[in-house]
Write a new protein. Structure first.
Length: 135
């Protein structure tokens, strides 16, 4: 597959890391439900915008864009199927303009896009993660 992104900017330079929830220093393991579509994994996060997640103080439990790309690669390797063929996953990561980074699979390519912070829709969801304790 290929990567499509809405900007020519490097993905590393795109993410506002200081706005992401705290994560363990160095390599770490995270757990998440192995659901192919985001809507299957977190029904309790249905119709929630990024702003809703922040207000609920749930951001630390939401998958970041970096975690999502790692999970996407693992899921593709383990099952032979890509994630999010019918839905989008919103992440807890913001781009330089303040948009919420999201990913999905369209026509054989991994798509990196952004979504408004106050937007919500039935076909998009956040994915929940469980992390080791921060030390």
């Amino acid at each position: 597959g290929q990567l499509y992104r809405y900007t020519g900017q490097s993905v590393d330079g795109l993410i506002q890391r200081e706005k992401e929830a705290a994560r363990p220093a160095g390599p770490y393991v995270f757990w998440t439900a192995p659901a192919k579509e985001a809507t299957e994994q977190a029904p309790h996060l249905a119709e929630k915008s990024y702003n809703d997640i922040v207000e609920m103080n749930f951001l630390p439990q939401v998958m970041t864009f970096g975690e999502y790309t790692r999970f996407f690669a693992w899921f593709l390797w383990a099952t032979g199927q890509p994630l999010d063929q019918n839905t989008w996953t919103l992440t807890g990561s913001l781009d330089a303009g303040g948009g919420v980074l999201r990913g999905d699979w369209v026509r054989g390519r991994f798509y990196l896009h952004w979504y408004g912070r106050d937007g919500s829709d039935g076909g998009i969801r956040f994915r929940q993660v469980v992390l080791p304790p921060l030390s």
